[in-house]
Write a new protein. Structure first.
Length: 271
């Protein structure tokens, strides 16, 4: 059983919804990322989604695009991200880490080399925005051999055929994009989210995390009543941007924000 599957199984047994924060590796500098990851775990994060900076992040809104720009200004590359995960693993051997990014850096490194190095670093899963299921069977096979889960996105527009196709390839969990558009955009229609989650669960036997548009504790708590995981990105990265010139303050500030989300999620779980 993968570290991701084991974590979700443990959470389900305890009736607990996962909290998954997203941050971009190397934002605002390499030295901030690992202390921030530990602070997020201490504040109640169950898994961590770590963004790999990319020059053309087409699925990301302006907040996360600027995070990539800040990280790239410090020359953060895929190899650096793997090194950060390795540093994190020196103190935390249990919290699952999922890399979120785009295919180009992986293709440059090579599928086999990436899978080997990611596994050795302690990466548990990858979410590759521009690797659709029709074109990723080779990558899925290589990652599976290395013990790495491939997480896929589902959208409000995903039809039955797409859901089934992703269900045949995905492992670990699936990520439901709760609003149309890029990260940080749109307004959450919770009734529509609940209906789509029911449709997905009829066809995929994996935990379903919900992200995009989760800006506060109230929304996180309401989503916790229907999702297996609440995924929060832009709301975190925006707070980091405000402190970009004061990086030493970022771990504590983000930890405080996540602790509030954790309280709301746990209250929903008990309701």
């Amino acid at each position: 059983m993968s570290r991701i599957a084991a974590r979700f199984a443990d959470l389900a047994a305890r009736g607990r919804t996962a909290l998954i924060p997203f941050v971009t590796a190397g934002d605002p500098g390499l030295e901030t990322t690992v202390p921030l990851m530990h602070a997020m775990v201490a504040a109640g994060a169950d898994l961590i989604e770590l963004g790999v900076p990319f020059s053309d992040p087409m699925a990301d809104g302006p907040v996360i695009q600027r995070a990539s720009e800040r990280a790239l200004a410090h020359h953060t590359r895929l190899r650096d991200v793997l090194a950060l995960v390795r540093q994190f693993r020196a103190q935390d051997e249990t919290t699952p880490v999922i890399l979120m990014g785009y295919l180009n850096p992986i293709e440059i490194m090579g599928y086999n080399s990436f899978a080997e190095q990611a596994s050795m670093a302690g990466v548990d899963g990858v979410l590759i925005v521009d690797a659709p299921p029709e074109e990723s069977e080779e990558l899925v096979a290589i990652l599976r051999q290395a013990g790495i889960d491939l997480v896929y996105l589902l959208a409000p527009t995903s039809d039955e055929e797409r859901i089934l196709k992703i269900g045949n390839l995905a492992s670990g969990f699936v990520y439901y994009v709760a609003v149309k558009g890029v990260t940080g955009a749109g307004h959450l229609d919770l009734d529509a989210v609940a209906a789509k989650l029911a449709e997905i669960r009829q066809r995929i036997d994996l935990p379903v995390g919900v992200g995009f548009g989760i800006k506060d504790a109230e929304t996180a708590g309401r989503l916790a009543r229907m999702a297996d995981a609440v995924i929060v990105g832009s709301a975190i990265v925006g707070r980091m941007e405000a402190l970009a010139m004061k990086p030493a303050q970022i771990p504590a500030a983000i930890g405080d924000f996540l602790a509030g989300l954790r309280v709301a999620i746990d209250a929903a779980d008990r309701a």
